[in-house]
Design a protein around this ligand. Structure first.
Ligand code: PLP
Length: 395
């Protein structure tokens, strides 16, 4: 008999977004005249930049021509795409070599697959609350997970505890769901902890393009020592609206070794076995994003979302509601007012002002009593939702 991976039995059913959808559907069925605003959305809503569309069309035309046709791409991505990423890093003062970059179909794949090259008996450290992929992929792999708690007191930037050992560490900054971003000294503490534990940090920088504060690093490789202990995963999903186009990149320093093995070489072996690369037109789109004109064009969308985030943050300031994020992040993580639970606040908002957000407990135990709003809605809806907040929650 074929045996299945029984580690899957240990996964917590992922009912969060299904439950949100059900409650909203039930509400709109009973109240068809009530204008619901969704600020729980974690997907972008603005279209791709014109320069990206042109580059992808040109890439398609080349595939349609015998002289310029291309077959399988390089596993690690075309050199022109990797050089574009390396130049982007240089623009914020971080040196990584094009040969240390691997182009992929988005950060989720690499964040989920990277454990392929690590043994089952590693101890995994994950902050709570957290992007669920880190936890679920390690439950699937049967690894032991230890948590570090994000709290109101530590601003949802938990510090390493030197009395707890870990081998694999997941960090995400600016964070989904909390919007909290680590400054240089906070990140340095994690790098030092990783080196002391002979551990590897998987650093998810999917939201780095939202960083405005110069003391918040755009890359873990801005931190001394990181090349000895870190892998960075990033994506064009939120940077340039590629959630449907699918493209990202992972950076592995060539000298990174663990357990006597070169990590880049192991990962390359894994990718060349299980992954056949990213399509040529999409890699042309990536290179266009990181061109001088591309960076200008994507700023328009980023500024739009950042302004939405500020509108939400300003409203919470006025209402005296605690939150993290809102600057350096498209997420705003707020403490449910009047001691309400996450789902209680969800229903309270939906029933009274028809605004939908995401209950924090869907991201871990420490998310109980917290709530995520996002800046990916339209300006009009964001302003209207905040007016409704003021009416409902103003003193
Ligand atoms: N990492 C984090 C922290 C995310 O929030 C997301 C998407 O929401 C991803 C990775 C996945 O991004 P991609 O679309 O590049 O797979």
């Amino acid at each position: 008999m074929a045996k299945v991976n029984t580690n899957f039995d240990n996964l917590v059913p992922s009912y969060l977004f299904a439950e949100i959808a059900k409650r909203v559907t039930d509400f709109t069925k009973e109240n068809p005249d009530k204008p619901v605003i969704r600020l729980g959305i974690g997907d972008v809503t603005l279209p791709l930049a014109p320069i990206v569309i042109d580059a992808m069309k040109k890439g398609c035309d080349e595939l349609g021509n015998k002289e310029t046709f291309k077959g399988y791409p390089d596993y690690e991505g075309y050199l022109f795409a990797r050089e574009a990423v390396a130049n982007y890093y240089k623009s914020f003062g971080v040196e990584v070599d094009a040969d240390e970059i691997l182009i992929n179909d988005g950060a989720k794949s690499d964040a989920g697959n990277i454990t392929d090259i690590f043994s089952q008996d590693n101890i995994v450290l994950v902050p709570d609350p957290v992007y669920p992929v880190y936890v679920d992929t390690n439950i699937m792999g049967g690894r032991k997970i230890v948590y570090v708690n994000g709290t109101e007191e530590n601003g949802f930037n938990p510090e390493p505890d030197s009395s707890v050992h870990a081998d694999l560490i997941y960090l995400c900054s600016p964070n989904n769901p909390t919007g909290a971003a680590m400054n240089k000294s906070q990140l340095k503490a994690w790098v030092d902890y990783a080196i002391a534990n002979n551990a590897i940090i998987f650093y998810d920088s999917a939201y780095e393009a939202f960083i405005e504060d110069p003391d918040i690093p755009r890359s873990i490789f801005a931190i001394e020592g990181a090349r000895k202990c870190a892998i960075e995963m990033c994506s064009l999903s939120k940077t340039a609206g590629f959630t449907g186009t699918r493209c990202g990149y992972t950076v592995i320093p060539k000298e990174l070794e663990m357990d006597g093995k070169n990590i880049y070489k192991l990962w390359y072996r894994r990718q060349s076995t299980k992954f056949n690369g990213v399509s040529y037109p999409v890699q042309c789109g990536l290179a266009a994003v990181f061109s001088e004109e591309g960076l200008k064009q994507i700023q328009e969308n980023l500024s739009y979302y950042k302004e939405n985030a500020k509108i939400i943050a300003k409203t919470l300031d006025e209402l005296g509601i605690s939150y993290t994020g809102g600057i350096n992040s498209p997420y705003i993580w707020l403490k449910c007012p009047n001691g309400m639970g996450s789902w209680e606040f969800f229903d309270y908002l939906l029933n009274n002002v028809y605004v939908v957000g995401t209950p924090g407990e869907g991201f871990g135990e420490m998310g109980k009593g917290w709530f995520r709003l996002t800046a990916f809605g339209s300006r009009e809806n964001t302003i209207e939702a905040m007016e409704r907040f003021k009416k409902l929650l103003g003193k």
